[in-house]
Design a protein around this ligand. Structure first.
Ligand SMILES: [Zn+2]
Length: 91
C-alpha cells in the first residue's frame, strides 16, 4: 500500500508530505527523513501560512502501487505549487 506522511499545522496546512510504499519503506524511516529536513534548517517547524506548530500524521491512501499513485501525487503537487506562488512562497 501507498502511504502519505504529512507535517501539518492545526489548520491542516501541509508543510511537507512524503508518499511511500510500505513494501519498501517503514513509517519510522519516513519520520526520520522528514525530521532531517527540519534539522537541516530547510524548513521551519511552524506553518508558513498561519504560524501554527507542525505535527506529523501517517495516512494510508487508496493506491496499491506508487505507479498508480504518482499521477495523483503530481497533480496535487502542481496545485500546491500554484497556491504557494499566490501567497508569495519561493520554489
Ligand atoms: Zn497553518
Amino acid at each position: 500500500m501507498i502511504w502519505i506522511t504529512q507535517w501539518l499545522c492545526p489548520s491542516r496546512h501541509c508543510a511537507i508530505a512524503l508518499a511511500w510504499d510500505d513494501q519498501e519503506e517503514t513509517a519510522q524511516n519516513v519520520e526520520y527523513q522528514g525530521e532531517q529536513v527540519f534539522r537541516q534548517g530547510t524548513l521551519n517547524r511552524w506553518c508558513g501560512i498561519c504560524g501554527g506548530s507542525l505535527h506529523m500524521e501517517h495516512g494510508r491512501t487508496a493506491f496499491k502501487t506508487m505507479e498508480e499513485a504518482l499521477p495523483h501525487i503530481k497533480a496535487i503537487e502542481k496545485a500546491n505549487l500554484r497556491a504557494r506562488s499566490i501567497i508569495g512562497g519561493k520554489f
